[in-house]
Design a protein around this ligand. Sequence first.
Ligand code: GLU
Length: 321
Amino acid sequence: MENFTVTGRFAPTPSGRMHLGNVFCSLLSWLSARSQNGRIVLRIEDLDPERSPRAYAKLLEEDLNWLGLDWDEGGSDGGPAGPYFQSERTEIYCRCLEGFREMGLLYPCFCSRAELHAAEAPHYSDGRFIYTGRCRNLKAEEIQQLSKSRKPAIRIRVPEEIIVFEDFHYGPQRELLSQECGDFIVRRADGVFAYQLAAAVDDALMGVTEVVRGNDLLSSSPRQIWIQQTLGFPSPRYGHVPLLVASDGRRLSKRDGDLDLGILRQRFPHPEPILGFLGWLAGLLEKPEPVCARELIPVFSWNKIPKNNITLDSSMLLELN
Ligand code: GLU
């Protein structure tokens, strides 16, 4: 039996059809793992059941298969670390939360969105702001009183600790949790577990050793590493990739329907032109010539991948054939 050392992952949120930006990120995760003879896990991040209907998860698997981006375990195939749908992992997250509770790290937070936004706190360019700690030291009677009118979210107390890690694309990173992150929510008031908790726990429990994802999530890594360390779990290596952005600088999203795989698959009966276009944007090909995913493995190298976000001229893709 082959001895695999690297395990990468796809961790899509099935809240719509995959768009070109998702495909770009999945392609790079796949190439990074496969170029090291690694495995791939498919985890469906459907924490919020209202936003992630099952039908989208099915389509997502179908689209990945069509693209030739295969995986070794997870999704509807299941596997040894299942379930691979986050909506079915509630018990696991509850146990982790219990662990944090025993360490005295959790507290209920009754702040409304409006109160949070009105609070004076340093805002970061990525829209994040530091929680002021308003509910950090509530007394038992206050909690009881507030609980009568509102269901609280659960927040976790972060220490005065600096998390240091080496992003294998963007280099050394450090964050002082208490000042640059602040106490964050691990379970929403409606009971939905937070992405930070679920992703950190699942990467560890699913044996993921390498996380490749968009650079909009670079600032999530310190939180996730801290969660893993605090629960006594191993942490993967992280490598973030540039985002595909529209010409006005906006990142592509599922709202950019013209670039979703539903439309693209009508236009292109085969995936090769799309993969070649993305391989070219990633700096792996000199021209956007049609290729299959496997043909990109030998030319893949992190040194070739740009660091700045990539402005996408979608008309170029649509002219290819
Ligand atoms: N589920 C997230 C998304 O689809 C990705 C999370 C991650 O890669 O950690 O944007």
